[in-house]
Design a protein around this ligand. Structure first.
Ligand code: GTP
Ligand code: MG
Length: 673
């Protein structure tokens, strides 16, 4: 006791010059009540923002206390801000009053004050209101994150005020943004200004800049970093709130639990893997396998295509190959029936064919001699395969993917995932938002390419589009790749996955390096996690699916038409011959593999499927799959890319994928084989 008293005396002696204690806060948070309490003066208190419009000062112990108008940030956008700012610049200690109910809004200013390098104490006011709303705040944790004392208060009841008076004596400089603090120190040194002024200069505060303009020697700090700093600060405020607040109702608690797990550095990853797995079950298994098998094979192939071709075959020359299949779909018998004038004209042959097929598990292959019919109804028929592909394969997949995306969005997870991966994405010149097109790309690159629109800058759209089109395999291709890798074994799978990942990283890093500019900061709100509303999910999924089909659908027809044309004119074969040396000598694959790189132009999975019938060693499989994955995306993707990114840029990306695919494929081949 005794020693304590002596200490006090010594301190009072040393601090004889009064310190400036400035009350700072957003409008209407209770600053004036604090002022009245501390100074014993009377300042008008009322429940509307802007009650205090001038600076009032009074004495409290060894302090001169200043009341300031409510502000949202330190800057000179309006009179209140200018008045408040000028007094804050000279403050020795800042008492920052924060509204516990609007923590997200108020923390922006708190973080800015902390960044200014002034000692700060935070009064977490309106705790009674917060309690009514069942908002629980982990005060200790908040104080730890900010690095300054945080005192819960109820100003109207003077609750917590004694603790405030104690804390003022212990005010500390908080946890400043490290990079920002470094820059501030540098500027403060160079210009001989205080740190808070350096911060204001960095944030482009016109008044401060004008004041020191003569010291600038022109260019140095002309480009202010306001936007970047503000966005990062806003995000940090959001993240802090997500971390320290709880809505103490059952649903609030659950929502908070998941919300916090989702952005946790370690559990966040586990959570992401669980979500990916669930998404895989929904889209990869249920839709891509079970439903698509039903729609594509049973409806698309056996009902739709068969009947269309059968109808056309009635009137035009055709040869029909009938394959009898066993239970495992192996061909056990086959016969070809030729109809010179269509099936309608030769009833006997038709009868023979029906007898041959009767009651068995059969598969029909129609071959139309007429080139136009071939293009329309043949193997890649515009009216057969394209329709089947679009309606019976792609449509269910697209619906599945959009449904999943909508669930992720409405549940509040997507913004958290974006936050979680933001730092990683920065390395490849993107911000967290880019995770959305990336995930979508594994469904359908065409669809994902359209979604790059949600990225902010052209630079980001460019990088994302290139990455998508070159490195991300779509679900259809992924299905074929998986099947082939299963055959090739574990080692092959690991080599394939690692090679692809490496290429992805290299392309990302390179683009980030060569394109001027940098990643924009992620600006995203973290809404509470909640169960999505079914009605909203249905509406969103439907709208997006419709839009996608409308946008991309036509290009599938165009693509199929072009390939049909190449096939009937014999150009397709020429191409295959042309490519053979590359395939055989450089990639060390069988000559027939060239076909994969032609089919791959139309559809990614066709390309990969081209390897099915070849007898490849596991390492050849790796080479083939690496090359075909990096190879050009499907025609529909190309068309959408040309539309989104323009012909010039689109073609550069498309041609690059040829070069990258064969270069990397060749290198892998030379190493492995
Ligand atoms: N329920 C509750 N109300 C409070 C508390 N603190 C302040 N208020 C009320 O909030 C309103 C604003 O208080 P002021 O002291 O005028 O706030 P201010 O920050 O000075 O406002 P401006 O000067 O307009 O920026 C008044 O109606 C106060 O009664 C609190 O802890 N709990
Ligand atoms: Mg006031």
């Amino acid at each position: 006791m005794h020693t304590h008293q002596t200490n006090d005396k010594i301190e009072t002696k040393i601090e004889s010059k009064p310190k400036k204690l400035v009350l700072v806060g957003n409008p209407n948070v209770g600053k004036s009540i604090f002022f009245n309490y501390l100074t014993g003066l009377y300042v008008e208190v009322s429940n509307y923002p802007g009650t205090t419009v001038e600076i009032l000062k009074g004495r409290y112990k060894n302090f001169i206390v200043y009341d300031t108008p409510g502000i949202y940030g330190l800057s000179s956008f309006n009179d209140e801000e200018r008045i408040a700012k000028n007094i804050i610049i000279d403050a020795d200690i800042i008492l920052n009053i924060v509204d516990a109910v609007n923590l997200e809004r108020d923390l922006f200013l708190t973080l800015q004050l902390i960044d200014s390098g002034k000692p700060v104490v935070v009064a977490l006011n309106m705790m009674d209101e917060a309690e009514k709303k069942r908002i629980k705040i982990n005060v200790e944790q908040l104080s730890k994150i900010l690095g300054v004392p945080v005192i819960p208060t109820i100003a109207i009841k003077y609750k917590g005020f004694r603790e405030i008076t104690e804390a003022i004596e212990k005010a500390t400089i908080g946890n400043r943004d490290k990079k920002l603090a470094e820059k501030i120190k540098k500027i403060a040194n160079e210009l001989k200004v205080t740190e808070i002024e350096a911060l204001l200069i960095l944030e482009g505060d016109s008044e401060t800049i004008n004041k020191y303009r003569t010291k600038f020697n022109g260019e140095l700090y002309i480009h202010d970093e306001r936007e970047k700093i503000y966005i990062e600060r806003r995000n940090k405020a959001n993240q802090i709130v997500a971390e320290v607040t709880n809505i103490d109702t059952i649903s609030g608690r659950i929502s908070n639990f998941f919300g916090r797990i989702a952005i946790h550095p370690i559990f966040g990853l586990a959570f992401f893997i669980v979500i990916l797995y669930l998404a895989y079950i929904l889209v990869g298994k249920l839709i891509a396998q079970d439903i698509v098998d039903l729609t594509e094979n049973e409806i698309g192939k056996k009902i739709y295509e068969y009947n269309v071709r059968k109808f056309v075959a009635r009137y035009f020359p055709v040869s029909i190959k009938v394959n009898i299949l066993d239970e495992d779909d192996n061909i056990i018998d086959t016969r070809t029936f030729i109809f010179e004038n269509g099936t309608r004209a030769s009833e006997t042959t038709l009868k023979q064919m029906e007898d041959f097929a009767n009651g068995k598990n059969v598969e029909y292959e129609f071959e139309f001699k007429n080139p136009i019919l071939f293009i329309l109804f043949g193997e890649f028929g515009v009216l057969t395969m394209t329709v089947r592909y679009l309606l019976f394969l792609l449509l269910p997949l697209v619906i599945g993917f959009y449904l999943m995306l909508s669930i992720l969005e409405d549940s509040g997870y997507l913004p958290r995932l974006a936050t979680f991966v933001d730092k990683l994405m920065n390395y490849i010149g993107l911000n967290g938002k880019a995770i959305i097109p990336m995930i979508l790309g594994f469904g359908c690159v065409t669809m994902a390419t359209i979604t790059t629109r949600l990225l902010t800058t052209t630079r980001e759209k460019r990088i994302m589009t290139a990455i998508l089109q070159i490195t991300i395999p779509c679900s259809a291709q992924l299905a074929v790749i998986t099947t082939l890798l299963m055959r090739a074994g574990f080692k092959a799978t690991v080599i394939y996955a690692m090679t692809m990942f490496l290429v992805f990283v290299i392309i990302g890093l390179t683009l980030n390096k060569i394109l001027p500019g940098g990643a924009t900061p992620l600006l995203i709100d973290l809404p509470p996690m909640r169960i999505p509303r079914v009605e909203n999910l249905a509406k969103k999924t439907w709208m997006r699916t419709f839009y996608f089909i409308k946008e991309a659908g036509m290009w599938f027809f165009v693509g199929a038409f072009v390939v049909g044309l190449l096939q009937v004119t014999g150009l397709l074969d020429k191409w295959i011959q042309l490519l053979s040396p590359l395939t055989v000598n450089w990639l060390q694959l069988p000559a027939e593999a060239s076909q994969a790189f032609i089919m791959g132009i139309v559809r990614r999975d066709f390309g990969a499927a081209g390897f099915y019938s070849l007898e490849l060693t596991p390492m050849q499989t790796v080479v083939g799959l690496v090359t075909i994955t990096l190879f050009v995306p499907c025609i529909a993707s190309l068309m959408v890319m040309l539309k989104e990114r323009g012909a010039f840029e689109g073609l550069i990306i498309w041609l690059s994928s040829w070069i990258i695919a064969f270069t990397i494929g060749g290198i892998v081949s030379q190493i492995l084989i």
